[in-house]
Design a protein around this ligand. Structure first.
Ligand code: UGA
Length: 215
């Protein structure tokens, strides 16, 4: 090889190394930008095609919040709100009626965790707040297996109250209009106390066990 050609070869290979370095740097920058984007919004999915932005909260303001039944209708909308506010959200759900699709737009997000768990079993977690929504809600669902419904409503609620007590978390227990029976007045003012039937099928309804939260 002549002196000239070896010079050209060296120059080519050094250009190639520079190109490699540049493309590696570009790849790293793109990766970092992608990660930052993923930390700041939901991912569009067929079920939730719109993008939800998340706020970046300072550590002192960011709460760790447990939502039981968070894959359900009400729960998943609450999860969207809490995530958009920048909190850390843990969803516990046994997917009896809820669907993973309701929350899968958050699965990549570092503030979000999804745990398949039945609230009738105790669980150890460190959280600041609990929204306890896990319960079969509609009559066909809560009458499907009444004993299981009672276990969910009693043991599930006791487990969540125990957790709240242990970690000193605030807890909200979702009730249901089912406990008031079929109203005879429409719309119902605060002074209307309901039309409760204590011997009908709704006697087994989820929130007949709300009194536990008062203990
Ligand atoms: O208005 C009401 O009466 C109900 O409103 C919501 O229920 P909703 O969102 O309408 O119903 P679903 O979409 O069925 O959500 C319930 C969630 O709890 C979950 N679940 C149910 C049963 C169970 O044992 N564990 C459990 O995690 C289901 O999989 C589901 O994700 C609340 O989650 C219920 O607690 C409340 O009783």
């Amino acid at each position: 090889m002549s002196a000239d050609s070896s010079h050209i070869k060296r120059s080519l290979s050094s250009n190639g190394a520079d190109d490699d370095k540049d493309s590696k740097k570009a790849r790293v920058e793109r990766f970092v930008a992608d990660q930052q984007l993923l930390c700041s919004q939901s991912i569009p999915t067929p079920h939730t095609p719109h993008v939800i932005q998340t706020t970046r909260l300072p550590d002192a303001l960011r709460k760790k919040i447990l939502v039981t039944g968070g894959a359900g209708f009400v729960g998943s909308h609450l999860v969207d709100l809490l995530m958009s506010q920048g909190h850390e959200v843990v969803v516990l759900d046994n997917f009896f009626t809820g669907r993973k699709a309701n929350v899968e737009h958050w699965l990549h997000h570092p503030n979000f965790s999804l745990v398949r768990h039945d609230v009738t079993q105790p669980i150890l977690l460190e959280v600041d707040q609990i929204y306890h929504l896990a319960c079969p809600a509609s009559p066909p669902h809560y009458q499907y297996n009444p004993v299981k419904t009672i276990k969910t409503s009693t043991m599930g609620t006791i487990n969540m109250l125990g957790l709240a007590k242990r970690v000193k978390a605030r807890i909200l227990l979702a009730s249901t209009s089912e406990i008031y029976g079929d109203p005879t007045v429409h719309p119902q003012p605060e002074s209307y106390w309901g039309n409760v039937n204590t011997i009908g099928p709704r006697v087994r309804s989820p929130a007949n066990f709300d009194f536990f939260s008062l203990l």
